[in-house]
Write a protein that binds this ligand. Structure first.
Ligand code: SAH
Length: 215
């Protein structure tokens, strides 16, 4: 896989685009500018890699729009050394963004084919993301508690397991809702264990699959 000057130029334009749309965390912009998003798409779709659009990655799933990746990442306020649980590995792009910001990333994918493909691919790229196959709603009890949890599929509700696996002071970013459009929410766990909620507008994600999803 090659990251040419042409790719780098397209990426620079993409960074300008998402900056204009309101992303202002320079560290997030720098990481979006440095990770070759075209590696995460089939090579025949290269010209789509640097448009600010979601794109199909197989198994009926999509790689999120760069603006959305940047928006969720900005909300997470990633610090070096943060232990982060991502639900919905998909292409692995978002997980790489988190690792590039210095986080230790644990990511769960519900679809076996995507899991197999992405796990191997991330290893080849040299990332240290720990990828798991299963229902992310259950979290990863043996690896928690986490500083942060990021859900990258539309969640009708927030599972108690995930709240339990969040450290006091930790945050969960999740597109919450039943329908085609969700509300981006950020929950912060207080030292008392209570959650406070903030909302950040409308987004569209593919739905979170339940326990009995077909692979
Ligand atoms: N973060 C991804 C985009 C995710 S799209 C990226 O950067 O490319 C949403 C992903 O969530 C899909 O891959 C889908 O298969 C996965 N998913 C859906 N339900 C899930 C569940 N219950 N647990 C874990 N992953 C799930």
């Amino acid at each position: 896989m090659e990251d040419s000057y042409r790719h780098q130029g397209m990426r620079k334009k993409l960074v300008d685009t998402i900056r204009k749309k309101g992303i202002c965390d320079e560290r997030v912009l720098e990481v979006i500018g440095s990770i070759p998003r075209h590696f995460f798409l089939d090579s025949s779709f290269l010209e789509f890699a640097y448009e600010d659009k979601p794109f199909p990655i197989g198994s009926g799933q999509t790689i999120s729009q760069p603006y959305t990746v940047a928006f969720q990442t900005e909300l997470l306020q990633v610090k070096k050394g943060d232990k982060i649980l991502e639900i919905g590995t998909g292409s692995g792009y978002q997980a790489c963004v988190l690792e590039a910001l210095g986080a230790k990333v644990f990511s769960v994918e519900r679809q076996k084919r995507l899991y197999d493909k992405t796990k191997e691919f991330l290893r080849e790229l040299g990332y240290h993301i720990k990828v798991f196959y299963g229902d992310g709603n259950k979290g990863l009890p043996t690896y928690g508690p986490f500083d942060k949890i990021l859900i990258t599929a539309a969640a009708p509700n927030l599972h108690e397991n995930l709240i339990d696996q969040l450290k006091p002071g930790g945050t969960i970013v999740v597109p919450l809702g039943h329908g085609a459009v969700q509300t981006m929410m950020r929950y912060t766990k207080q030292l008392t264990g209570e959650l406070t909620a903030e909302s950040f507008g409308a987004f569209r994600f593919v739905p979170l699959l339940g326990d009995k999803a077909n692979d």
